[in-house]
Design a protein around this ligand. Structure first.
Ligand SMILES: [Fe+2]
Length: 258
């Protein structure tokens, strides 16, 4: 499996503080069947602004340490990029902000409870310039929970969506779990990733979530969200998105209740 979203580099954001903890995270991921981890530290101008040079150096150090301790994982560069007006300029400036430096896909993170006005047109303008946004965990964002149809509009045009493993397993609460299942059922989720931050409370685990997603959308489709789709993303290849299933009847009423 591939974990496309993981805060695993030490001392660089709110992820692990030490290289030993980062190596522990590699061990946990590997034991869960994860062979490739995209290291995605936060990037937010003024708060988290690491250079490509620093990120690449930490990836080399962590990869070497994991190998030394017999852990079989590949670590690739990426970032969890906050959606801010400066985004297009930074995407050109810092190589690590697109996944695996291909210039093709990037993780787009919104604030926890809101989406800035005009966010959809903003992301579509970046998409039209050739870099595909992958919205991270909208199921954990109150605004998206209240406006699920806004995801339809951008996904139809080619924007992608990543759902967090712990959202699917119910570890982040029932409403978040229900919305994750809604996204899976309607083909609004294209990737499952851990968004891990530590070796203890937010771990790099995917297998449980994939099994649960399999109960909803079938094993093969669930598995694709942690294998073939993220594989295409890290190689900068085109992904054919599945046709969206429009909300009807019961599902729509459930969303209105939430
Ligand atoms: Fe994240």
């Amino acid at each position: 499996m591939i974990d496309l979203h993981c805060h695993i580099l030490p001392g660089i954001d709110d992820g692990p503080e030490t290289i030993d903890e980062a190596v522990d995270m590699c061990r946990i991921a590997s034991a869960d069947g994860i062979k490739t981890i995209v290291a995605t530290p936060h990037f937010n101008p003024g708060t988290y602004e690491n250079s490509s040079e620093k990120v690449f150096r930490l990836i080399d150090e962590l990869g070497a340490k994991a190998k030394e301790r017999g852990i079989d994982v590949r670590i690739l560069p990426g970032a969890d990029v906050s959606v801010t007006p400066e985004l297009p300029a930074y995407l050109k400036k810092e190589e690590y902000l697109t996944i695996n430096r291909t210039g093709r896909y990037f993780l787009a993170e919104f604030p926890a409870a809101s989406a800035p006005p005009g966010w959809d047109m903003f992301l579509l303008s970046i998409l039209n310039s050739g870099t595909i946004p992958v919205i991270t965990h909208p199921e954990r964002n109150l605004w998206f929970l209240e406006h699920p149809n806004s995801l339809y509009d951008v996904v139809k045009k080619g924007v992608m969506v990543q759902v967090t493993a712990m959202s699917i397993t119910g570890d982040l609460g029932e409403d978040i779990q229900k919305f994750s299942i809604y996204l899976l059922k309607h083909n609004l989720a294209h990737v499952i990733a851990s968004d891990a931050h530590s070796a203890t409370y937010r771990q790099p685990l995917l297998s449980h979530a994939v099994r649960m997603a399999g109960d909803v959308i079938g094993k093969e489709r669930a598995y694709a969200l942690v294998t073939s789709i993220p594989a295409a993303i890290i190689e900068g290849r085109h992904v054919s998105l599945p046709e969206l299933i429009e909300p009807v009847g019961q599902k729509k009423r459930w969303l209105q209740r939430v």
